[in-house]
Design a protein around this ligand. Structure first.
Ligand code: ZN
Length: 438
C-alpha cells in the first residue's frame, strides 16, 4: 500500500538539513522516496494526501511522559515537586482502577497523537501497567515504557511495594510486552532515587543488562530532592546512580536540572542521554537546566512534556518553543536557536532512544513516522523559515495529519481510531470517581 504526501514543504532533518517543496512516498512502514516531484501513476500510488501550504516534518518524539497522570490535569497546580508528588500525584495514582487508568492512557494518547507526537518514553504507575500497555497497543503509538518502581518505605507514600514484588512483576511484564509488536518496547522505570532502595536500583540495572532494555528514571530535578538523596547516601543524585552502575547509553535520565560539572562529565562519558522537560521544570519551580551548555559539551538531549499535571498540556510544539526561549536569558539571544530546538524533538529524541538510524528525520529507508502541519493560520502564514515557523509560531493544534509506522492515525485533525467525544466523556466519569476517593 503506497501513499503519496504531495506538494508540502519538507523539513527533512537529513544530514544537510534540506528543506524544500516536494513529495514523499510511503510504502508500507517505510519512507520509500523523497523528491521534488513523484509520479503517482508510475509509482502505483493508492492514496494521495495533499500537503499544499503545509510543513511535512518527522514525527515528534516525547522522551518523557506519564500517560497515567493525564486524568489529573488541573488538579495539582502551583506546588513544589515533593509536595506535589506526596499530596496530589501519588494518592491519585494509587486510587486508579482499571477503568480510570485506561481512560487516562486513552485521553493522553488521543491528545498526543492529535498534536503530532509519534513516539513516547513513558513511566506508568506501580499498579495496573497491563491496562496501559493494552491501550498503547490499541493506539498505534510508538512506545517505550513500563511499570513504575517504588520500594523505599516512608518515601513512596501509598505506592510503596516490596522490592521482590516490584522486580517480579517487572520481569513478567518484560517477558510479555517487550517487542510484542513493532511499536512496543519495555523500559524499566525506577521512579527516582528518593523512592528506591539500593537493592532495587542495582537489580533494575541487572534486569536492564539481562534483557537489553531501556531504563528510565527522574534525577536531579529539584534541589530538595538532591538533598534527600545526599543525606541518605552521601552522594549527589547522578553520582549515586553512577555509583550503582546505572549510567549507560540506554539509561535515560529525566530532568538533570541541577548537575555538577563532574556529574555532567560522567553522563557524557557513559553516553547517558538526558530528557529536558522545560514546562514541568518551570511549573514546579525546579529551575532551568542549562541545556545550551549541556549540548555544547556533547550531552545527548531529547524533549518531553512530562505528566499533564505539571505542564498542563502535552503539546510538543509548546515544549520546543519554551526550550528555546528559556535558554536565552541564561546564555544570550543566540542560544538554542529554533533549528536546535526542533532537532531536540526529532533527531535528538531518536538519539535518546538509540533509534537515529530509523527515526528522527525524513529520509529514504527510515520508518514512516510523519506529521503535516498547517501554515495557514495568521500567526504563521507569512513566515518562510520553517524552523522559526514550527518552533516559535505553530502549536500542536496546527497539526493536520499524523502517520505512525506508515499508518495514517490522524487525518484532517480527526483521530481515526478514537471517538473524541466518547474518550472525553469516559475521562470525566473516571476522574470524578478518583477525585471522590481523595
Ligand atoms: Zn516525570
Amino acid at each position: 500500500m503506497k501513499t503519496l504526501i504531495q506538494g508540502g514543504t519538507l523539513v527533512t532533518m537529513d544530514s544537510e538539513r534540506r528543506t524544500f517543496r516536494g513529495d514523499l512516498l510511503i510504502d508500507g512502514r517505510y519512507i520509500k522516496k523523497i523528491a521534488k516531484k513523484i509520479d503517482p501513476i508510475k509509482e502505483n500510488v493508492k492514496k494521495i494526501i495533499s500537503a499544499e501550504n503545509k510543513f511535512v516534518i518527522p514525527g515528534l518524539i516525547q522522551a518523557h511522559t506519564h500517560l497515567v497522570q493525564t486524568l489529573f490535569r488541573g488538579y495539582a497546580d502551583d506546588l513544589p515537586l515533593l509536595e506535589w508528588l506526596k499530596k496530589k500525584i501519588w494518592p491519585m495514582e494509587f486510587h486508579h482502577n482499571k477503568k480510570s487508568i485506561r481512560a487516562s492512557a486513552k485521553i493522553s494518547l488521543l491528545e498526543m497523537q492529535l498534536l503530532g507526537t509519534t513516539s513516547i518514553l513513558d513511566m506508568a504507575t506501580v499498579h495496573l501497567t497491563n491496562e496501559v500497555l493494552e491501550e498503547v497497543e490499541h493506539s498505534n503509538m510508538r512506545y517505550w515504557g513500563g511499570k513504575c518502581l517504588m520500594d523505599y518505605p516512608n518515601s513512596s507514600g501509598p505506592l510503596y511495594e516490596p522490592t521482590g514484588e516490584a522486580l517480579k512483576e517487572t520481569e513478567e511484564l518484560i517477558t510479555e510486552w517487550h517487542q510484542k509488536t513493532d511499536l512496543i518496547n519495555y523500559a524499566i522505570c525506577p521512579r527516582f532515587a528518593v523512592a528506591c532502595t539500593d537493592e532495587l536500583l542495582r537489580a533494575s540495572s541487572d534486569l536492564q543488562k539481562q534483557y537489553n532494555v531501556f531504563l528510565h528514571t527522574h534525577a536531579s530535578e529539584s534541589l530538595e530532592e538532591i538533598e534527600v538523596v545526599r543525606k541518605r547516601t552521601g552522594f549527589g543524585n547522578i553520582d549515586y546512580l553512577d555509583h550503582l552502575g546505572l549510567l549507560n547509553s540506554k539509561s535515560v535520565i529525566i530532568h538533570g536540572v541541577h548537575m555538577t560539572d563532574d556529574e555532567l562529565m560522567k553522563m557524557i562519558a557513559n553516553q547517558t542521554p538526558l530528557v529536558h522537560c522545560p514546562s514541568s521544570n518551570l511549573k514546579l519551580a525546579s529551575g532551568v537546566a542549562p541545556i545550551e551548555m549541556y549540548l555544547e559539551k556533547g550531552l545527548k538531549v531529547g524533549l518531553g512534556a512530562d505528566g499533564a499535571p505539571c505542564n498542563n498540556t502535552m503539546d510538543p510544539f509548546m515544549e520546543m518553543r519554551l526550550a528555546a526561549l528559556i535558554q536565552k536569558p541564561l546564555f544570550g539571544p543566540e542560544a538554542l536557536p529554533a533549528e536546535k530546538a526542533f532537532e531536540m524533538a526529532t533527531l535528538g529524541g531518536a538519539k535518546v532512544l538509540c533509534e537515529e538510524d530509523r527515526l528522527g528525520s525524513l529520509e529514504e529507508g527510515k520508518l514512516a513516522d510523519i506529521v503535516t502541519v498547517d501554515r495557514e493560520h495568521p500567526s504563521v502564514a507569512t513566515v518562510e523559515n520553517p524552523y522559526s515557523a514550527l518552533v516559535y509560531s505553530c502549536s500542536g493544534r496546527d497539526v493536520n495529519d499524523v502517520f505512525i509506522n506508515g499508518k495514517l492515525i490522524v487525518r484532517n485533525k480527526k483521530h481515526k481510531l478514537y471517538d473524541r467525544d466518547e474518550v472525553i466523556a469516559e475521562s470525566k466519569k473516571q476522574l470524578k470517581r478518583v477525585l471522590s476517593k481523595i
